[in-house]
Design a protein around this ligand. Sequence first.
Ligand SMILES: CC(C)(COP(=O)(O)OP(=O)(O)OC[C@H]1O[C@@H](n2cnc3c(N)ncnc32)[C@H](O)[C@@H]1OP(=O)(O)O)[C@@H](O)C(=O)NCCC(=O)NCCS
Length: 196
Amino acid sequence: MRLARARATPPPTPGEARLVRPSVRWRDSFVAALEEGFRRGTRPPLRPREIARVARHFEAHLAERTRQTGEIVLPGGRRVEGVPVSLHWLVAGETFIGELSFRHRLNDYLRLSGGHVGYGVRPSLMGRGFGTRLLALAKVEARRIGLDALLVTCHDDNPASARVIEANGGVLEDIVDDIFGGGPLRRYWIRLSPSA
Ligand SMILES: CC(C)(COP(=O)(O)OP(=O)(O)OC[C@H]1O[C@@H](n2cnc3c(N)ncnc32)[C@H](O)[C@@H]1OP(=O)(O)O)[C@@H](O)C(=O)NCCC(=O)NCCS
């Protein structure tokens, strides 16, 4: 009698990863990533109770994340105009890998802190080139909507993000104080070639 041997699925490679619109197809993998501590940008990971709520009301969660808000309230109460944002997931097959939040244009506050993109890779797949791949695909997306440069910011104490930006052609403009109080913030411009 031959015994069937369970084969572990090999982890995806950056070349297989593509950007998609978030969908229920990747719900289980996304929730597993949240349980690993996945976070985008500087937000803290969700707590177990919040993750359970996302899993239960997944479609409502997606709708909320992709809702276009009219105004943003800055620290100190000043209100600034919101900008169009699109949310993308980096996936390979059925695996959720990371997330890209793409601001289609800048306002005064994004020009200082935040820039055009926010991104994150799930902890179990960090350090394998997916962050670099994600930003490379963001450049293609930016080119597609007609931008010729991307402003990308990261905190001075986030060397992995700085490496990702520099690997994608980021040129350091300056280091400013984060208006949200997160400490020194590096501002990079990435010029986009027509073929991005
Ligand atoms: C930043 C982030 C997206 C990078 O994703 P990733 O998949 O690990 O990125 P990559 O594997 O493509 O590359 C990471 C690079 O940073 C380097 N790196 C990783 N951790 C590092 C550290 N602590 N110190 C210095 N370099 C580091 C890697 O060696 C690699 O450099 P290399 O290409 O020269 O070898 C990921 O760490 C993340 O999601 N962090 C939490 C959210 C976040 O900080 N988002 C960015 C906000 S601006």
